[in-house]
Ligand binder design. Structure first.
Ligand code: ASP
Length: 328
């Protein structure tokens, strides 16, 4: 029998120990509160989905899921923070389409969405709405088209930073109108919405999770929904397509991520907790109220999220690069 060199035996032993301690940790997981990092300001659309999900996941995991807002650079600061966090399942990220647009928008990215994460699940798809301040002279989309063309430079369009979906939606709107408006970035669309309500900015494109309450209260002007079909949460609202913006479509998707190297047993537990949340009647009712749609089963898996992210990167990369928009 050939003897194994001492070095090799030591390496094998320490690898076995690491594996055993990883498995033991996965078995007792979660043994302390988990932090779910949100890339935008508290009270905004991503935060609303995150907090509703965190509360429901916490129930099924038997642990508190805390929400932490790490804002800045269109969501990329939060992405970099979680990519570099300890891969132990206690630091997670929820992010939207920004995960797929950032690689084209940011030439100097501190993380790679396709290689620096473990993928847990998608959550909900959310339509957006194009809004104006309440006293904007234009009342309908055709009137707004005329108004923005006549007043382009003096119109302020708010967004949540380069790479935010409000930025993407606003960019598509400007391209469709052939205008260049003055864009005003905020740390999330919660403060952007406050600025719209206060009349400090003129336009904002934002998710229904935040906008339905203001539309129903009549405190903003509403020019249309960004889906091809009308939505149940706002049955009377026209789509932007219907009102003349042909093929205009923005749907906001959400994924939950963990740092690369998080044990697969932990990912399985987190995936089960997300799935349980998506089946929870209270979660489903709250989301339906806000116009958010729970994703189909095929997207409730690590592979479902990863392949979707890849297809979105493939779709948006060329569009953004050809528009020549860069954040850095
Ligand atoms: N709605 C924001 C966006 O435009 C993000 C947020 O504040 O949740 O990406």
């Amino acid at each position: 029998m050939q003897l194994m060199p001492k070095r090799l035996i030591q390496t094998l032993l320490s690898a076995t120990c690491l594996l055993a301690s990883g498995l033991a940790a996965a078995q007792t997981y979660p043994a302390k509160p988990i932090t779910l990092v949100v890339p935008f300001a508290a009270g905004g659309p991503t935060d609303i989905v995150a907090r509703t999900l965190a509360a429901t996941m916490g129930k099924s995991l038997g642990q508190t899921v805390l929400v932490e807002n790490k804002v800045g650079a269109g969501g990329t600061l939060a992405g970099a923070y979680v990519a570099k966090a300890n891969p132990d399942g206690y630091t997670l990220l929820i992010h939207h389409n920004g995960m797929s647009t950032a690689p084209a928008l940011y030439r100097k990215m501190a993380f790679n969405p396709l290689t620096d994460f473990e993928y847990i699940s998608q959550v909900v798809d959310v339509p957006m709405t194009l809004l104006g301040r309440k006293d904007l002279p234009a009342k309908t989309l055709p009137e707004l088209s005329t108004y923005v063309k006549a007043n382009a430079k003096s119109i302020n369009l708010a967004n949540a930073g380069l790479g935010a979906v409000s930025h993407l939606c606003g960019m598509l709107f400007q391209q469709a109108q052939g205008v260049d408006l003055t864009t005003v970035p905020f740390s999330g669309t919660a403060p952007a919405m406050n600025a719209l309500l206060g009349g400090q900015v003129d336009l904002l494109c934002d998710q229904t999770t935040q906008t339905t309450q203001h539309i129903k209260a009549g405190t903003v002007r509403m020019y249309g929904v960004t889906t091809k079909q009308r939505i149940r949460a706002l049955p009377d609202a026209l789509t932007l397509n219907e009102s003349g913006l042909k093929d205009f479509e923005v749907i906001v998707w959400h994924g939950v991520y963990a740092p690369k190297g998080t044990p697969s047993a932990v990912i399985d537990k987190l995936n089960a907790a997300v799935r349980a949340s998506l089946k929870d009647p209270a979660f489903a009712a709250r989301m339906a109220d806000l116009g958010a749609e729970i994703v189909p089963e095929s997207k409730q898996s690590p592979e479902g999220l990863r392949s979707w992210l890849q297809s979105e990167i493939n779709k948006w990369g060329p569009v953004i690069r050809s528009a020549g928009v860069y954040a850095d």
